[in-house]
Design a protein around this ligand. Structure first.
Ligand SMILES: *Cc1c(COP(=O)(O)O)cnc(C)c1O
Length: 366
């Protein structure tokens, strides 16, 4: 069996974890947290980084820290993970959707302006699968309409837009460190900002809004979303390999592309755009005729792990149930769900495994 993802943990992870155990620093108070935050902020060209327990939590406090609340609208892609919509809805606001570009799989920036109303507060930008969103036109729209940017870079560690890091564009930006992400801490997330007050608020919200002067007296309700020193220890070790991981992801993408480029009936991820080279967080495939679930089932029977593409937000049963998206259609997002899936793409994947996956995929498609 070739799993869809296997992380690579062969650097200083074990050494730093042992340090945590030897020193007894296993809670969120330990020294690796600060180190991980500082180094991650530097890599992302942001002033402040606040480590949290996962990427979904990061989105939740990002929304809260920007004071997005009941009655507000946030524009976001129809094609993404539920965490994005969920964070907006839990704050009492409404996610307003735009369709995807069928080539890059990212939100179609051309469709944003038509969705802006007097209630729009922010745009949630999500870089999908390996290419960044086309930020310059999006930033111009945000500026013109005085909208905040929440940048979800959970799939874009190490990716850049015209040379500037993904995660550096948001008023608040978030990352995830789930094991299928380019940097992992097992579970984990990060929220970044250049605004000192927002950073303070993020720190407070992740830590139950304890007040500095009177412990156990609370002016506000927060969450316990703290990252542990154990997780940060793994994160610090992972950061040491950041450039190698980026390089390896691109090698994996390049090899799959070479092996699959002449196969009929599928389209492959865009190799590059004016603004970025694909970083292949995952190697996605868009089938032209055969539904994704049929191909995935056949691959599974031959020992190849896959995942379907995201299920679009406007089709989510829970979002329909709360009254959203009843007469809306996002044809590209629907097509991507019906015909899209991704191949094993983790950092521990070997070239031999990539050859095997490509051979079996060709068999299945013929
Ligand atoms: C993985 C991911 C998240 C959620 O991160 P978790 O750490 O799994 O909660 C959020 N947004 C995007 C785009 C993701 O890919």
């Amino acid at each position: 069996m070739i799993p869809v993802n296997e992380p690579l943990l062969n650097g200083n992870e074990k050494k730093y974890l042992n340090e945590c155990i030897d020193t007894g620093w296993i809670s969120s108070e330990g020294p690796f947290i600060k180190k991980f935050e500082e180094e991650f902020a530097k890599k992302s060209q942001k002033k402040y980084a606040v480590a949290v327990c996962n990427g979904t939590a990061a989105l939740e406090i990002a929304i809260e820290a920007l004071d997005i609340k009941e009655g507000d609208e946030v524009i976001m892609p129809a094609f993404t993970i539920i965490s994005c919509a969920s964070a907006i809805i839990k704050a009492g606001a409404t996610p307003v959707l735009v369709d995807s570009d069928i080539e890059t799989w990212n939100m179609n920036v051309q469709e944003i302006e038509a969705k802006i109303t007097s209630k729009t507060k922010a745009i949630m930008v999500v870089h999908i699968y390996g290419l960044p969103v086309d930020m310059n036109p999006l930033l111009a729209i945000a500026k013109k309409h005085n909208l905040k940017i929440i940048e979800d870079a959970a799939e874009a560690h190490g990716q850049t837009y015209y040379g500037k890091p993904c995660g550096s564009f948001g008023d608040v930006s978030v990352f995830s460190f789930y094991p299928n992400k380019l940097i992992t801490t097992g579970e984990g997330g990060m929220v970044l900002t250049d605004n000192e007050q927002v950073a303070e608020r993020l720190r407070s919200l992740r830590n139950l809004c304890f007040t500095a002067h009177k412990r156990f007296v609370h002016e506000e309700l927060g969450w316990n979303m703290r990252m542990t020193n154990l997780q940060a220890a793994v994160g610090v070790a992972q950061l040491e390999r950041w450039d190698d991981s980026i390089k390896r992801k691109r090698e994996i993408g390049k090899l799959y592309t070479e092996l699959l480029k002449d196969v009929n009936g599928i389209s492959l991820p865009v190799v590059k755009t004016d603004y970025a080279d694909n970083i292949y967080w995952v190697f996605g495939i868009l089938s032209k005729h055969k539904p994704a679930h049929v191909i995935m089932k056949q691959l599974g029977e031959k020992g190849i792990g896959t995942r379907p593409f995201f299920y679009p937000m406007h089709l989510q049963p829970i979002l329909k149930k709360i009254g959203l998206y009843h007469n809306e259609s996002y044809p590209n997002a629907e097509k991507m769900y019906n015909y899209g899936f991704y191949l094993p793409s983790g950092l521990a994947l070997t070239d031999a495994q990539i050859h095997e996956v490509a051979t079996i995929l060709k068999e299945v498609l013929n």
